[in-house]
Ligand binder design. Sequence first.
Ligand code: 5AD
Ligand code: SF4
Length: 452
Amino acid sequence: MKDKGKAFINTIGCQMNVYDSEKLAGILTAYGYEKTRNMDEADLILCNTCSIRHKAEEKAFSFLGRFAREKKKRPHLITIMAGCVAQQEGEKAFDRVPHLDIVLGTQAFARLGSHLDELASGKRRIVDTAESDVIFEAMPDESAFDETQVSKFVTIMQGCENFCTYCVVPYVRGREKSRGHESIVKETRALADSGIREITLLGQNVNSYGVKDGDISFPELLEKVSQVEGIRRIRFATSHPKDLSDGLIKAMGRLDKVCNHLHLPVQSGSNAVLKKMNRGYTRETYLSRISALKEACPDMALSTDIIVGFPSETEADFQDTVDMLREVEFDSIFAFAYSDRSSAPAAKFPDQIEEAVKMERLNTLLTIQEIYTEKKNAALVGRDVQVLVEGESQKKRDGFVTENKNMKQMFGRSESNKIVHFPSDQAVIGDLVTIRIENAYPHSLWGRPSGS
Ligand code: 5AD
Ligand code: SF4
């Protein structure tokens, strides 16, 4: 393939976008581009965008706003807006970003090469927001790997049909589609062969994998992926509480490689708000699923997503959410102020909450959660945790001195996804080591190899 110059990719948003960007990088490499981390030398700039909240969308537009300046410097520069904002805006994208060459929607990635051909033959302002029945499946491009990476994402499904009333995803990512399990296993095997030790199965709603159009169920998929040699750990995100089946709970307890960590977004602790959000469960059913999970896997770490300031959320509703944190004691939370998305139904709901109130509730929630995050970390002191080594710590612990010049401060993640630092003269990237925790900090743990 002819040398087309250098391509720069900027990724905004979730893990799914990180995964998609890697696939887009693979297409560009196959097309003749070489990847660069320096935008100034790029011949092609692609921004993979996110529209989940207003802030993410603004971040995309502010980056894209630089295209005019870049094009002035290098008139041959090709500019591409990809992903969720591209899907949402279509033709309208040119109003805000006139110097754009291609608007590439979320289901158009496989057609990037043919759009570049069209551009080369003189076509301008290409928009592709067409739906596609097939999931774009490209095998991993090892040339895009950083040799220190131990963990990668694998998309197992696309789209979402839950239509939570605040959420833009069903409108920008389309209907739910599950990928065939053989291709997922093949991709996982390819990753394992190139040295990857941990995979995270991705989807908006992974635990409904296969329900609509898959060939096997999600617990069966976990089983198949577990059999891939070389893969030592399996994570998955995101799960919907209404689809947390007994079968999945059993599989999590049974399969050693599946990490003892579940990210289970609750969004609100108030039944009135959950109903308006169209979440399909109540506070009580959420709590009973958590009890079943803890019974089967007592060491299970839990994290969640919460939205504060959903339209009409009262102080009492918010207190229900606060109570939920106290009751469940999550290891960590991701909390967001409700952000109006014009394509989602909640934008038209009455009683929108003032920004200042949203911010106050957000801060209250984050402050309360700190207690539980610290408590969960402190409970690990004196215990052995299994750590997948990711590399040498950037920041050395105060007082980290050693006579042994081979001794390094390494870091990795526990099964529960907590960062663990430890001294070692042996551990290498990709190893699974057992570390006895000696100190707990708000955002990390410190320990030593067990038995040392
Ligand atoms: N406003 C605020 N947060 C949102 N999320 C999704 N849509 C919105 C919105 N309109 C949050 C949810 C979801 C996470 C990925 O983003 O908590 O689980
Ligand atoms: Fe959005 Fe709800 Fe689907 Fe999650 S489950 S992507 S919050 S619509």
